[in-house]
Design a protein around this ligand. Structure first.
Ligand code: MN
Length: 390
């Protein structure tokens, strides 16, 4: 039986790589649903190749054009947020791979879990915002959440066969991004073009900026807490510029297990989709002699403040990670549109973490309200900076 996959966000970096994995393993997977926000050209092309039963375009403006382009294809076409939220409930889906950007992944993921679908989780912001709710719903609905994020996939792979063995600690590796080793003076001058050049991974714009600012690693710390049931003290971040060791688990006897390989997201995607069985792959193999040195260093949380802010949000708990995420989404957007500088991003986020209403035990409605409030607060804060500048 082939697994029927729904890909939320099929035109993004993870979405397209998931389709490559599916194309290489036609005996194991088939595409049931594809969804995209705006990129209809690619969505049309993907539909003609992979023949999903349903496609959803989130932005309703594109509906007519999509319908016209696919009129000869036997595919159902829907548009809008509501359709996206509902499509994950289809009986014919086995696994939902969530690869949308940011907070937008939250509600579709919750609906998919409630409908009993296993999740291949690439949308880490869902866990950052509402990890506690996601975990509770997953248990209630007996669904599994398979990490796609390479670090979390690494930890997940290290934990196979260790069911009764407690984790003492995990080490999340970080490449350090394009600005590793930069002084504050240097960071003050970096541009968005500089930030968009990641040394090891080829990803979408939002996560590439998050990687350059180390917010991505901060989010991954929070994601790890929820995925593996850890305390903040059990999670360490280690900068490893070669991105070969994808993360490490340390057990109570001091033994450490690491998962290694060349950086290629197709591997964690394939592992998540076909867990527990590994599939053949033609991915390039690691050669020790191409990498005579694997190096490790301490992250610099003074210059990369976002990582410290994420730990702070995690320690405060409640809706603070949700506040962190919403402020970051608005700040990254402002950086990408040249409204604030690289170093103003953590400044803005820190301010908002002080200002936004804190809720100790939030429910889903609280998270939705908090996300809205923070977006408004952050936009106002950014405007204020622009006024000061002029
Ligand atoms: Mn990652």
């Amino acid at each position: 039986m082939r697994k029927r996959i729904a890909i939320l966000g099929s035109t993004g970096s993870i979405g397209t790589q998931t389709l490559e994995v599916i194309a290489q393993n036609p005996d194991h997977f088939e595409v049931e649903v594809l969804t995209a926000n705006n990129n209809i050209e690619l969505l049309i092309e993907q539909t003609k190749i992979f023949h999903p039963n349903v496609v959803v375009i989130s932005n309703v403006c594109h509906f007519d054009q999509l319908k016209e382009a696919l009129k000869d294809e036997p595919v159902k076409i829907y548009a809008g947020r509501e359709a996206l939220n509902q499509v994950v409930e289809m009986d014919t889906i086995d696994v939902v791979l969530t690869a949308m950007v940011g907070y937008s992944g939250l509600i579709p993921t919750i609906n998919a879990i409630k409908a009993g679908k296993n999740i291949a989780l690439a949308n880490k912001e869902t866990m950052v915002v509402a990890g506690e709710i996601i975990n509770r719903l997953a248990i209630e609905n007996r669904v599994s959440i398979y990490p796609v994020d390479s670090e979390h996939s690494a930890i997940f792979q290290c934990l196979v066969g260790e069911f009764n063995n407690e984790i003492e600690k995990i080490y999340l590796t970080a490449s350090g991004g394009p600005f590793r080793g930069f002084s504050m003076e240097q960071l003050a001058l970096v541009t968005k073009a500089d930030a968009l050049k990641h040394p090891n991974w080829n990803m979408g714009a939002k996560i590439t900026i998050d990687s350059a600012s180390m917010m991505n690693k901060g989010f991954e710390v929070i994601e790890a807490k929820w995925l593996f049931g850890l305390n903040p003290e059990q999670i360490d971040v280690i900068v490893h510029p070669q991105s070969i060791v994808h993360s490490i688990v340390q057990f109570r006897d001091g033994s450490m297990k690491a998962q290694m390989g060349l950086p290629d997201m197709k591997l964690p995607i394939q592992y998540a989709l076909n867990f527990p069985d590994r599939l053949n792959s033609s991915f390039r193999r690691f050669s020790f002699f191409d990498y005579p040195m694997l190096t490790f260093e301490q992250p610099n949380t003074k210059n990369f403040r976002n990582l410290a802010l994420a730990f702070e949000a995690l320690n405060q708990g409640g809706n603070m990670p949700c506040i962190l995420n919403a402020a970051n989404e608005v700040a990254v957007q402002a950086f990408l549109t040249d409204r604030i500088s690289f170093l103003q991003m953590p400044e803005v986020i820190e301010k908002i973490m002080e200002k936004a209403s804190f809720i100790k035990n939030p429910d889903l409605e609280d998270y939705i309200r908090s996300d809205k409030e923070v977006r408004i607060l952050t936009a106002a804060q950014i405007k204020k900076l622009a006024v000061q500048k002029n």
